[in-house]
Design a protein. Structure first.
Length: 344
C-alpha cells in the first residue's frame, strides 16, 4: 500500500426534500383538507477516525463525497425520509483543514472520534403545515433547503511513541528493520526513505511504535529536500532517537544541522526528550568513533550511544532507553489528564 499523508477533497451535504401539495380526497368525506407532508432533512458529512488505516491513499482515487438528498413529502401526511450521511473514514492522527490549508477544523487524535463537517439542508414544509382557520386550503409548499459544500484538506500526522531523525543515510531505516518487523527500503544513496515508516517494537514484554522519518537536510523547515513535509509526523512522537553517522566527515555538524531544523520548525520538537546514538559503528574506525563521541559530547553534554544495526551492537541499550522515555511520557500524559496520578 502506498503512503499518502495529504489529500484535498470536496464535500457536500444533502439538500432537504421538498414539501408536498396534496389534499385528502376520499369517498364520503366532504371536507378533506390539505395533507401534504414535509420533506426530509438532507444527509450530513462526517469525518471519523477508524482503526486499521495509516495512510490517506483512498482519497487519491476518490475526491468527491456527497451526502444524499432528503426524501420528498407525500400525500396523506407522509414526511420524507432523512438523507443518508456520508462518513470520511480517516486514520487516527488526521487533521482537517479549510481550503487555505492553514485553518484547523478538527484534529482526530483518538479512535472513534467524529467531527461534523457539514449539516444537511432542512426539509421543506408541505401544505398541511400552512393550514389555519383563515386558510383552509393552502396550495403552497416549501422547497428543501440546499446543502453546504466546500473543499477541505486532510493531513495525516502519524502517531508514534518514538521517532527516528537524522540526516539522509544515517541508518534510520536499517535500525527500524533491525528492531521491528517493518521492511523499509534500504539502499546506499540519500533519500532512500520517501515517506515515514512505522514499526512495532517488542522489548522486555513491552510494545511501542517506532517511526522512521525521512532524512532532514539544512533548510528542511523552509522546503529544502523532502523533510519539511514530514516534520509534522515528528510532532506526534513522544520522544526522539537522533542518529548520527559515525563515519561521516563531521558528526558534530550533522547533529547541529538536524537540531537547528527541529528548532526552526517549532511546535515543540526541540523540547522533546532525545536519545543520541552514533550509527554504523561496525564500519567506523576506532579513531572515527573517538572523534565522533567527543564532538557529540561537547554539543549535548553527555556521551552518545554507539550502535550498529547490522551487527546488533548497542541495540539492547538503545531499546532500554526507549522504554524509559515511553514510560516517562506515559506518566506525564496521565499526570496532565489527572494530577492525582503524578508522583509525589
Amino acid at each position: 500500500m502506498k503512503f499518502l499523508d495529504q489529500a484535498k477533497v470536496y464535500v457536500r451535504s444533502g439538500d432537504g426534500g421538498a414539501g408536498a401539495v396534496s389534499f385528502r380526497r376520499e369517498k364520503f368525506i366532504e371536507f378533506g383538507g390539505p395533507d401534504g407532508g414535509d420533506g426530509g432533512r438532507g444527509g450530513n458529512v462526517w469525518a471519523e477516525a477508524v482503526d486499521g488505516l495509516n495512510t490517506l491513499i483512498d482519497y487519491r482515487y476518490q475526491q468527491h463525497f456527497k451526502a444524499k438528498t432528503g426524501g420528498h413529502g407525500m400525500g396523506r401526511d407522509r414526511h420524507g425520509a432523512k438523507g443518508a450521511d456520508v462518513v470520511l473514514k480517516v486514520p487516527v492522527g488526521t487533521q482537517l483543514l479549510e481550503e487555505d490549508n492553514e485553518t484547523l477544523i478538527a484534529d482526530l487524535t483518538e479512535l472513534g472520534q467524529r467531527e461534523l463537517l457539514l449539516e444537511g439542508g432542512n426539509g421543506g414544509f408541505g401544505n398541511a403545515h400552512f393550514k389555519s382557520s383563515t386558510n383552509r386550503a393552502p396550495r403552497r409548499a416549501n422547497p428543501g433547503q440546499e446543502g453546504e459544500e466546500k473543499w477541505i484538506w486532510l493531513r495525516l500526522k502519524l502517531i508514534a511513541d518514538i521517532g527516528i531523525v537524522g540526516l539522509p543515510n544515517a541508518g534510520k531505516s536499517t535500525l527500524l528493520a533491525r528492531v521491528s518487523a517493518a521492511k523499509p527500503k534500504i539502499a546506499e544513496y540519500p533519500f532512500t526513505t520517501l515517506h515515514p515508516n512505522l514499526g512495532v517494537v517488542r522489548h522486555k514484554g513491552v510494545e511501542f511504535v517506532l517511526a522512521d522519518i525521512p532524512g532532514l537536510i539544512e533548510g528542511a523547515h523552509e522546503g529544502a529536500g523532502i523533510g519539511d513535509r514530514f516534520l509534522g509526523h515528528v510532532e506526534r512522537c513522544r520522544a526522539l532517537v537522533h542518529l548520527v553517522d559515525a563515519t561521516g566527515e563531521n558528526p558534530g555538524k550533522a547533529y547541529e544541522t538536524v537540531r537547528e531544523e527541529l528548532e526552526a520548525y517549532g511546535h515543540g520538537l526541540a523540547e522533546k526528550d532525545e536519545i543520541v546514538a552514533l550509527s554504523r559503528a561496525d564500519i567506523a574506525t576506532p579513531e572515527q568513533l573517538k572523534s565522533a563521541k567527543g564532538k557529540i559530547r561537547r554539543r549535548t553534554g553527555h556521551m552518545p550511544l554507539v550502535i550498529s544495526a547490522a551487527t546488533g551492537q548497542g541495540i539492547e541499550m538503545l531499546l532500554d532507553q526507549c522504554l524509559e522515555l515511553v514510560g516517562k511520557a506515559a506518566e506525564e500524559a496521565a499526570a496532565a489528564a489527572d494530577p492525582r496520578w503524578s508522583r509525589p
